[in-house]
Design a protein around this ligand. Structure first.
Ligand code: ATP
Length: 359
């Protein structure tokens, strides 16, 4: 069993509070991803869990034991860094076995563990090379191998794929997911890349300015974002937002008027708003499409044809730009007049304070 509990964890740098009271439960064998914009505190939180950064308030527990005052090497965790942090003068095998040597493990046992990890990570043929003789992906595997040999209670990853090219990132993503399955380990993974978070996580923790905005499975966050911040951060291309005014509302739905008078009904609980109130309508790009006749008019700015999908950027006549994503190829050119259909049933409505009306 390897569980982690954070209770009101805080970090202050002088007068600046970088982490403002975080509560979180990570279950045994869970793959949890911390995601959020640059500077939101992801790395600080991870480093506090690792013990590399002191904590200014709250409590961290591993397997139910308070570890606030336990040093990093005694927490039973292993961290993999973005920079790999390999020793250049050591071979792959020496790099992977170094922590075991420090821990006093005998040569035979060390070699067996390194060989086993080398096999899992397909590094068997490279064990005698030095880091400079490896590709970026291979170096990253060595860094992961160094964590595996220690058989940690929890793996911590700090943006481990950021230095790899796009194709290699996708491959390493798959490898990490397979590794998680094979090792049945608890893993915490930091990234600013929402695609990595969506594809790898059992549970995503969205952070903003030192606070948790929402915790949930990838699809919970996608379909039920708690607020505008999460709605805008999860999903690519981003959710479209349009200013609107409530015409009427009840528990079954909210009738909205957009600028220019276009009206539509979104089936969310309207108990929390009143007629006349200013709100924001959120529409995912796949919930807009082109139609021949319709009230919402615009002009295409750019058409991106990716083969499997077409993404159109459309300047609306009522003001604002929206992104429309349609399956397959679409011949619409840039600078063409278009009309848009809106799947209002899939819409989200946000109050002025950014919170979502429940569905
Ligand atoms: P990124 O994605 O850019 O790595 P992050 O979400 O990991 O960002 P952190 O590195 O955790 O963000 O930093 C959180 C905040 O704390 C930032 O505003 C940062 O400037 C501040 N911070 C981090 N380390 C220190 C430090 N040693 N002293 C003062 N402020 C710090």
């Amino acid at each position: 069993m390897s569980t982690l509990t954070l209770h009101d964890v805080r970090k202050r740098y002088g007068s600046f509070e970088a982490i403002k009271g975080v509560d979180l439960e990570v279950a045994d064998r869970e793959f949890v991803v911390f995601v959020g914009p640059s500077g939101c505190g992801k790395s600080t939180l991870l480093r506090m869990i690792a013990g590399l950064e002191g904590i200014s308030g709250g409590e961290i527990q591993i397997d139910g034991e308070r570890v606030n005052d336990v040093g990093p090497s005694d927490r039973g965790l292993a961290m993999v860094f973005q920079s790999y942090a390999l020793y250049p003068h050591m071979t792959v095998a020496e790099n992977m076995g170094f922590a075991l040597k420090l821990a006093g493990l005998g040569r035979t046992e060390r070699e067996a563990k390194v060989r086993a990890a080398g096999e899992v990570l397909q590094l068997g043929a490279l064990l005698e090379r030095r880091p400079r003789e490896l590709s970026g992906g291979q170096r990253q595997r060595v860094a992961i191998g160094r964590a595996i040999v220690r058989d940690p209670k929890i793996f911590l990853f700090d943006e481990p794929l950021s230095n790899l090219d796009a194709a290699l990132r996708v491959q390493m993503r798959l490898e990490l997911m397979r590794l998680h399955e094979r090792l049945a380990a608890t893993m915490i993974y930091v990234t600013h890349d929402q695609t990595e978070a969506m594809t790898m996580a059992d549970k995503i923790v969205v952070l903003s300015a030192g606070r948790i905005e929402q915790v949930g499975t990838p699809l919970e966050l996608y379909h039920h974002p708690k607020n505008l911040f999460v709605a805008g951060f999860i999903g690519s291309p981003k959710m479209n937002t349009l200013e609107a005014r409530v015409v009427s509302c009840d528990a079954a739905g909210v009738r909205l008027a957009l600028a220019g008078g276009v009206e539509l009904t979104v089936p969310v609980d309207g108990a929390g708003v009143a007629p006349g109130e200013a709100v924001t309508l959120g529409l995912r790009p796949e919930h807009l499409s082109l139609i021949e006749v319709g009230p919402l008019a615009g002009t295409t700015l750019v058409a991106e044809r990716l083969g499997n999908v077409t993404v159109l950027y459309v300047d609306l006549a009522i003001g604002g730009t929206v992104v429309v994503q349609m399956p397959g190829g679409d011949p619409t050119a840039a600078h063409a007049p278009v009309r848009l259909a809106v799947d209002a049933a899939a819409g989200h409505v946000f109050k002025a304070d950014g919170t979502t009306l429940p569905r």
